[in-house]
Design a protein around this ligand. Structure first.
Ligand SMILES: [Zn+2]
Length: 358
């Protein structure tokens, strides 16, 4: 796990959010960083880079990034790790697109502010709910009170605070939240989750390649397809990976080559990627995702380094799918949290053919 550096940030001890001064976009937040280790639950959060907020991160700019900085500051003041900062930003994107909105919605007409907090007394006064720092602080206080929030799938953790209907509602805001926290801190964040980090090396690393799901048939290729709408924030009319399905009974999903596991998420949810594993090849050229495995079947942890052929989990049908299969996605480059369509994918088929696997 790489330490998140304090590059460019002024450290002001435990003071937390210490001041607002003019900067490139008229706003700079200075607050304590601590020696954050994003992959564990120790240490403070990431500092906002004191040289100024970026003008834009993905679809977010200006006011939205100021609010994200205030959310990160509120987390730091409560001594929450980077994982907490990302969760806070992720929640606020899902609730308000990081804008302090003075209106609610059908489910909560009295909801207000960045976190759409209700007027039920639990979230303070109207003024509190409209204040970025106070509303974020109140969000984080509830999050901190949830036993084991660090090991919950992030959208599920947010759902426990927000008590919204769909526990996977926030999943698609994970990648932009991670991008924002990285963009504002000026540092790469590894993993971004706060689960018990694995550190095992499984098997003999050899650089070999194996079939990801022995006995399975390829059922769908990479590229355009005839679907409408979106899946997990990605357009449904493009298939960003390839699918394998094993006839008869569920197969075992294997690491196609030696890789460092960066994400191992177990969820029985019916949206998004379901139970999935993402790993980086040791040469850093590819990040490989394997999705929709059976809940409870994962055999690796984020942080583990596994050799080609290591069983990762069992083929399943978790996430937004219609039947049991494994969706495999290749991202070009080294990503801690690859996400379609934010990160570039490539067709796995020619690579698997070149490696003699298919
Ligand atoms: Zn697929």
């Amino acid at each position: 796990m790489a330490d998140v550096s304090r590059r460019g940030a002024l450290t002001l001890g435990a003071l937390g959010l210490a001041g607002l001064i003019g900067g490139p976009v008229g706003f700079v937040v200075l607050f304590s960083g601590g020696g954050a280790n994003a992959g564990s639950c120790d240490g403070g959060g990431a500092s906002v880079d004191a040289s100024g907020l970026p003008e834009r991160v993905g679809d977010f700019a200006g006011e939205q990034l100021k609010n994200a900085a205030l959310i990160m500051g509120a987390a730091t003041s409560l001594k929450l790790p980077v994982a907490g900062q990302i969760i806070g930003v992720q929640a606020a994107i899902g609730e308000s697109t990081l804008k302090v909105i003075d209106f609610g919605d059908g489910a909560g007409p009295d909801s207000r502010g960045l976190f759409q907090q209700r007027a039920n007394g639990a979230w303070g006064s109207y003024t509190d709910r409209m204040d970025p720092t106070i509303s974020a602080t109140n969000f984080f206080k509830v999050l901190k009170g949830i036993e084991g929030w660090e090991s919950l799938e992030p959208s599920r953790a947010i759902n426990r605070v927000q008590r919204n209907q769909d526990p996977d509602h926030y999943t698609r805001f994970r990648a932009p939240a991670l991008a924002i926290v990285q963009g504002l801190s000026g540092t790469a964040i590894e993993g971004g989750t706060c689960t018990d980090p694995g550190a095992s090396v499984v098997g003999q690393l050899s650089g070999k390649w194996v079939h990801p799901l022995p006995g399975a048939q390829m059922t769908s290729g990479y590229g355009p397809r005839g679907m409408v709408g979106s899946i997990g924030g990605a357009l449904a009319n493009f298939h960003y990976g390839i699918d394998f399905s094993t006839p008869g009974q569920a197969g075992t999903v294997l690491a196609v080559t030696d890789m460092k596991i960066v994400i191992a998420t177990d969820t029985d949810g019916g949206t998004g990627s379901g139970t999935h594993v993402k790993g980086q090849t040791l040469d850093g050229k590819l990040t490989i995702g394997m999705y929709h495995m059976a809940s409870g079947s994962l055999r690796v942890k984020a942080g583990d380094t596994v050799s080609a052929g290591t069983p990762l989990g069992t083929e399943g049908s978790t996430g937004n799918v219609t039947g049991r299969h494994t969706h495999i996605e290749f991202f070009t480059g080294k990503f801690d949290d690859p996400w379609v369509p934010v990160n570039p994918t490539t067709d796995p088929l020619p690579i698997l053919k070149e490696k003699g696997v298919l």
